[in-house]
Design a protein around this ligand. Structure first.
Ligand code: GTP
Ligand code: SPV
Ligand code: MN
Length: 597
């Protein structure tokens, strides 16, 4: 397809402007055809972007090793560029649009000389759905092109949907030097535009994902009256045949992919439980004319964490990545298969690790620290349609009705396995004060506890305090509103072992949640919310003693009061004085309830 064949004049003009800045040797429009995809893969194999994996064991699969300084999102280099700093809010990095464009132009200038500029039209959400958004990404990275073809609905059908003058997000990306000093991930929500330069990795570079579907979309969602969230989306079919849909927000690398495609424990399978996966990372939520909250997954693929994924923990993910998958920063074995820490089978005797260095188990660096085979944030990119548990509703333009919203994080202490909010407002407070230990999905502060409201701290494209009030106002339009819950799969004992088995066994908690949604079970009223009684979770077939369950459901008043001080500090000092009053009211009510106990 030629540039002149693009009907949309604004798009053609923008492509020429970007080409004038970057001076590529050629411009290629991605049409989404198999033939062109194959051509691009061949180019990537030749230039070293991809390595062909053992096609007997990994059909259609390729391996990519990113620059060793470019292995996760760099939040410190990510900016919201609005006219006023207030609009970006106290939790986002802000830069004025003028300064941002000036600085990035300096880096983009001539950066594609002797390189080809690819233009990828893509749709977030089913093409043509009124809930979908169109983006066009420019990039000089073949790896990015190939990933975007998996993660989004990309190709000329999107240009047809865009027509002569449709709205789209301009997504400008370039590798330039990959030097973190010359890396910027810039969002211009008021211009519906993204500029990202200097990184080829994940959320920094696949601009449909965090940049468009969360940061830009959350800004648009506020104006248009909907919500763009860092949530998985799944259906749970109970023995009666009824399917209950839930959406869950956990911070990066805290279990969304795993929950979204869990395999029911044997006893639950026998009872008749079935899981339907709709999304594992992003959900767009709208108030429908029926008064209910409906959700779609705007993505078409999964960009999932590899370490810890195996046929025990996540068989559906293993089946999904059996073919047509890109593996990034895992270990590469001598027989051109891949491996990661927490994978199936024996640890290989040798391989080439994520840094491209010869590796063997037990290898240590100069400081005597173990060197990993796979980077902790190594990932796989695979089509969601290959997931055995995928729901047929992924293509449904209006999505699915949501009965429950779940918040959660990675907390070794304090927060119990599960509790339920008393009402929407209390639920929004619970989401707003959710915290988690930082994972390797970002480059800084790993292991630190941080507050991460609705798991959106790094992804909200506007003032987070205003975002909370948007959540409150959305609740007022819902009838009935979904129930809101909080879960924690990561509570640990004194020796640092997880108390809860997690993974498939999380369905035991989901069963209680959907029973609550369908008014099938009474709950215990506690200071923090409704909770299951000691015999309310079905633990059949699980080897867990009552003391452990007691620990998992325990509310330690002293620890909670300490937690309340941290929350107060976060709300007042970090979120600033525009936090909605309802949030402070809920905070005080909870504090009073805790003190009365
Ligand atoms: P992003 O893609 O970064 O947004 O992450 P995610 O929320 O989809 O996280 P994912 O499901 O990929 O899980 C991340 C890590 O947590 C993996 O190493 C998993 O093995 C581990 N994990 C997931 N679920 C559980 C669980 O229930 N219990 C325990 N202990 N670990 C889990
Ligand atoms: C996350 O970090 O939450 C991810 C991976 O889902 S990335 O696409 O790199 O943001
Ligand atoms: Mn994510």
């Amino acid at each position: 397809m030629k540039l002149d064949e693009i009907k949309h004049e604004g798009l053609r003009r923008w492509i020429w402007q970007m080409a004038a800045m970057c001076e590529p040797k050629d411009i290629v429009i991605v049409d989404g055809s198999d033939a062109q995809r194959e051509e691009i893969i061949q180019l990537a194999l030749r230039n070293g972007d991809l390595i062909k994996l053992n096609q007997d064991k990994h059909p259609g699969c390729y391996y990519h090793r990113s620059n060793s300084g470019d292995v996760a999102r760099t939040e410190q280099l990510t900016f919201i560029c609005t006219q006023d700093k207030y609009q970006a809010g106290p939790t986002n990095n802000w830069m004025s649009p003028q300064e941002a464009r000036d600085r990035a132009t300096g880096i983009f200038s001539r950066s594609m000389r002797n390189r080809v500029m690819y233009v990828i039209p893509f749709s977030m959400g089913p093409i043509g759905s009124q809930f979908s958004k169109i983006g066009v990404q420019i990039t000089d990275s073949l790896y990015v092109v190939i990933n975007m073809m998996i993660m989004t609905r990309a190709g000329s059908a999107v240009l047809d949907a865009l027509g002569y003058k449709g709205e789209f997000t301009r997504c400008m990306h370039g590798l330039a030097s990959l030097d973190p000093e010359r890396r910027l991930i810039l969002h211009f929500p008021q211009d519906n535009e993204i500029w990202s330069v200097g990184s080829g990795y994940g959320g920094n570079a696949l601009l449909g994902k965090k940049c468009l579907a969360l940061r830009i979309a959350s800004y648009q969602a506020r104006q248009e009256g909907w919500l763009a969230e860092h949530m998985l989306l799944m259906g749970i079919e109970s023995p009666s045949g009824q399917i209950t849909y839930i959406a869950a927000a956990f911070p990066s690398a805290c279990g969304k992919t795993n929950l979204a495609m869990l395999i029911p424990p044997e006893g639950f399978k026998a009872k008749g439980y079935r899981i339907f996966t709709i999304g594992d990372d992003i959900t767009w939520l709208r108030v429908n004319t029926d008064g209910q909250l409906w959700g779609i997954n705007p993505e078409a693929g999964m960009f999932g964490v590899a370490p810890g994924t195996n046929t025990q923990s996540n068989p559906n993910a293993m089946a999904t990545i059996g073919k047509n998958t890109i593996f990034t920063n895992t270990l590469l074995k001598p027989d051109y298969t891949v491996w990661w820490e927490g994978c199936d089978g024996e640890t290989p005797a040798s391989g080439v690790n994520w840094q491209g260095l010869p590796w063997y188990p037990g290898l240590r660096d100069a400081d005597n620290k173990l060197i990993l085979g796979a980077h902790p944030n190594s990932r796989f990119t695979a089509p969601l349609s290959q997931c055995p548990s995928v729901s047929r509703r992924i293509e449904q333009p209006q999505g699915v009705p949501i009965s429950a919203i779940i918040f959660g994080g990675r907390r070794a202490t304090v927060t119990p396995l599960v509790y339920e909010a008393f009402n929407w407002e209390h639920g929004v407070y619970i989401g707003a004060t959710t915290s988690s230990e930082v994972t390797a999905a970002q480059t800084q502060g790993i292991g630190d506890l941080r507050f991460d409201p609705m798991a959106m701290l790094p992804f909200c494209g506007y003032n987070l305090a205003d975002y909370l009030s948007h959540w409150l106002r959305t609740g007022e339009r819902l009838n009935p509103a979904p129930k809101i819950f909080h879960v924690n799969w990561f509570r640990k004992d004194e020796n640092g072992n997880f108390l809860w088995p997690g993974y498939g066994d999380n369905l035991r908690v989901l069963e209680w949640i959907i029973s609550r949604c369908n008014n099938k079970i009474e709950a215990q009223k506690t200071a923090i919310g409704f909770m299951p009684g000691p015999n309310d979770l079905d633990l059949t077939g699980l080897n867990i003693d009552p003391e452990t369950m007691e620990k998992l459901l325990k509310i330690d008043k002293d620890l909670w009061l300490e937690e309340m001080d941290k929350r107060e500090k976060f709300l007042k000092e970090k979120l600033g004085n525009t936090v909605p009053v309802e949030i402070f009211q809920q905070h005080l009510l909870l504090k009073n309830r805790l003190n009365k106990n």
